[in-house]
Ligand binder design. Structure first.
Ligand code: DX5
Ligand code: ZN
Length: 224
């Protein structure tokens, strides 16, 4: 089975030893690397910028899934594209001109994603669904790793799947926040294709075994 794609978030890695984190991701059989860019405005913390993305790019051949939790994301897109992002996701809440931001990402030759925080309904991005490659549903309030999944967000994944079918679209759905062995069953029942996993991945004692268990648990529950 092709899905789920596992996208470890290096937010929960040791930033002073990022090379070891990348090796853990590679050897675990994960599919993507999820990179959480935070600017201290859209969310309180500041994480890293384009140099970190470029340095990771030079050490990994996995697709880089850049999640911009920043104000004014459109302005930042070209620099993150140049740094080596494969997919650039921005927040609907941070951007008035979402369609233009998607066009900018596409003009940079990258795949475009849009994300919604827990308080934003799917209806807020309805008009943009035909133009995106990925919808990232936040299952915690963005800004921090290690939070508890908010189950009410999972119904948005179901809603997106239903819209994707009725509108004959083909974007991927990603879930981000609070995902691990404790929550994989309820997440899999909603059925996103991409699982972003931060603290549960880096906190596991054996990352390859963890990824295998996550895939196994997803396969048992998924209603794809
Ligand atoms: C949170 C980030 C997530 C974070 C998830 O704002 O977008 O990608 O790394 O971390 P966990 O899996 O620990 O909830
Ligand atoms: Zn993220």
């Amino acid at each position: 089975m092709k899905y789920p794609l596992i996208a470890p978030s290096v937010l929960s890695a040791d930033f002073a030893d990022i090379a070891s984190a990348l090796e853990l991701v590679r050897s675990s059989g994960s599919d993507w690397i999820h990179l959480d860019v935070m600017d201290g405005h859209f969310v309180p913390p500041i994480t890293f910028g384009t140099k970190m993305v470029a340095d990771i790019r030079s050490r990994s051949s996995l697709p880089l899934d850049v999640h911009l939790m920043t104000a004014d994301p459109e302005r930042l897109v070209p620099a993150f594209a140049d740094a080596g992002a494969d997919l650039v996701t921005f927040h609907a809440e941070a951007c008035v001109h979402g369609h233009r931001a998607i066009q900018t990402i596409r003009e940079c030759g990258k795949k475009a994603g849009i994300s919604i925080v827990p308080s934003t309904p799917v209806a807020a991005i309805l008009e943009l669904l035909p133009f995106v490659d990925l919808v990232l549903v936040m299952t915690v309030n963005p800004g921090y790793g290690g939070q508890t999944l908010l189950p009410f967000c999972l119904k948005k994944i179901r809603e997106l799947k239903s819209l994707r079918q009725s509108l004959k679209l083909d974007f991927l759905i990603s879930a981000d926040g609070g995902i691990g062995l404790q929550t994989i069953a309820e997440v899999a029942e909603a059925g996103p294709e991409v699982l972003v996993v931060g603290s549960a991945f880096f906190g596991a004692s054996d990352q390859a075994a963890f990824v295998g268990e996550m895939r196994g648990a997803y396969a048992k529950k998924a209603v794809c």
